[in-house]
Design a protein around this ligand. Structure first.
Ligand code: PA5
Length: 478
């Protein structure tokens, strides 16, 4: 029988809706919003960006556009491996950072029980799940207090195969596994890396690790729909085929040439025009805890892709928009004050959910206190929705541009749509800015300086450069 998510009618019912009314001058005022004339004036640029993305898709570093279509074989393999992991292991630990960690964290939070690791094994129906994306020694040690390495599968994810953070974690873990398990240690590691480049692939071959490949044309921050994200998701029982179907569905919507009808292109156009008028901060504010780490994933995608000093032709541009994460309603009680009354330098994007997966009725009580009692009989669903609408109203009334993406539900299909939507918006926006969306010289500079400081061969010149930097003065430290 055809899976429900393959039916056109169901897919249509799960379509994300992009509401940009409050980005428009009609709603937030002339000086702050985008006028129809602004859109008309740049329509050639939007058309050119669309054409470039169409022309480049599937080639160079745009291999990610094809991930919804070209992974049948690897997905089948991942599903077999995932079943084995669920059967044999108590914990599944991702070792990775940046694009090799943020997607798995976001998807896990969105699609599994919110307190998954605290559930009993029978309720969880899968291994406990951890993503180690830092090299804080206290955090690393603390992991060993909650897992038994003998019953844990480690997924080492690094495209370059040389990232210091991930490789240092790998060294610690593999050493520990060898001490505990001898020859069987290698069975506890799955490597996800580049097929042809880097050290992890060499190690994987030498040690005999099960390996999944990150395609050449898929950069870290665009890799969530590759084995980088698919294996961790499948390991905890997420329907990865449905996620890919959601991405394919969004891809179709993003192939529409008319920018007003293409959600990612329209969103990119609004982002581009906002940046042009000095709105250099982009706040992502989901009104759902399930989507809270989507903001972290988005922050990396937006910041690393668009934060560039030069255009493709070498002109200085210092492009980009600083992404900020917020959570509705939590941050109404912290950041929203600034969003409403602070500088006019932000665009806020709300993520709204039409139907939460559960309902929570607010109990009766406080009959003598009308100021509390008015809540009784309502649901938390109504409350969170009212608070989102209230914040939207408050910002709009204060001439603060904002937009909302509505997810009919949070499920693998809509998460696939959301991921792909943002990847496409980033691609379109990068073209509008005329920059290289897919490199990250700023990140590489930090990686190289770390190698130099820790004595990696070949990086001596960077160490010398670093030593030539002015010595810090005591007088500026108090
Ligand atoms: O988007 C990117 O390319 C980076 O943020 C990487 O994901 C990050 O630096 C980790 O790199 P790697 O996967 O090579 O370990």
């Amino acid at each position: 029988m055809k899976a429900k998510y393959l039916h056109a009618k169901w897919q249509k019912s799960m379509r994300l809706r992009f509401d940009y009314n409050n980005m428009m001058a009609e709603f937030v005022g002339e000086g702050q919003g985008i006028a129809q004339a602004d859109l008309r004036a740049e329509k050639e640029r939007f058309a050119a960006a669309f054409a470039k993305v169409q022309q480049k898709r599937g080639t160079g570093m745009m291999g990610w556009t094809e991930l919804p279509y070209n992974q049948a074989e690897v997905v089948a393999d991942i599903l077999v491996t995932a079943r084995e992991i669920r059967r044999k292991y108590d914990a599944f630990v991702v070792l990775g950072i940046g694009g090799s960690a943020l997607g798995p964290i976001a998807v896990m939070q969105a699609l599994k029980h919110m307190r998954y690791n605290d559930l009993s094994k029978t309720k969880r129906k899968g291994p406990r799940f951890y993503v180690e994306d830092n090299v804080d020694p206290e955090r690393m040690r603390s992991l060993f207090d909650v897992i038994d390495v003998k019953k844990t599968m480690f997924n080492v994810i690094t495209k370059s195969g040389s990232t210091s953070e991930t490789m240092s974690q790998y060294l610690i873990i593999y050493d520990m596994l060898k001490k505990e398990l001898g020859k069987d240690a290698a069975k506890h590691i799955i490597a996800t890396t580049s097929e042809k480049k880097g050290n992890l692939i060499k190690l994987a071959k030498q040690e005999g690790f099960k390996t999944y490949y990150i395609p050449d044309g898929v950069g870290g921050r665009f890799s969530e729909l590759s084995p980088v994200g698919l294996l961790p998701a499948a390991a905890v029982g997420i329907d990865i085929r449905q996620m890919l179907a959601g991405a394919a569905f969004m891809d179709k919507l993003c192939k529409e040439e008319r920018f007003r009808k293409n959600p990612a292109l329209m969103s990119a156009a609004l982002s581009y025009l906002s940046m042009k008028r000095g709105k250099n901060i982009s706040v992502m504010m989901p009104y759902a805890d399930s989507l809270r780490y989507m903001s972290d994933w988005y922050c990396q995608l937006w910041a690393e892709s668009l934060g560039k000093a030069e255009t493709l032709s070498g002109e200085s541009v210092y492009a980009g928009q600083t992404p900020v994460k917020a959570l509705g309603v939590t941050d109404q009680h912290s950041q929203v004050q600034l969003y409403r009354e602070g500088p006019f330098d932000k665009v806020v994007t709300f993520l709204a959910v039409d139907r939460y997966r559960t309902e929570c009725v607010i109990s009766d009580g406080c009959e003598d206190i009308p100021d509390v009692n008015f809540l009784c009989g309502h649901t938390m669903n109504e409350l969170i929705d009212a608070e989102r609408k209230a914040t939207e109203y408050a910002l709009t009334a204060a001439h603060r541009p904002n937009r909302t993406i509505y997810l009919p539900e949070v499920n693998p299909f809509t998460i696939g749509e959301l991921l792909y939507f943002y990847e496409m918006e980033t691609a379109f926006c990068g073209e509008m800015l005329g920059i290289d969306t897919y490199n990250q010289p700023g990140v590489e500079a930090g990686k190289n300086a770390t190698y130099a400081l820790l004595g990696r061969k070949g990086y001596e010149h960077i160490r010398e450069e670093m030593q030539a930097v002015k010595t810090k003065k005591e007088e500026y430290i108090c």
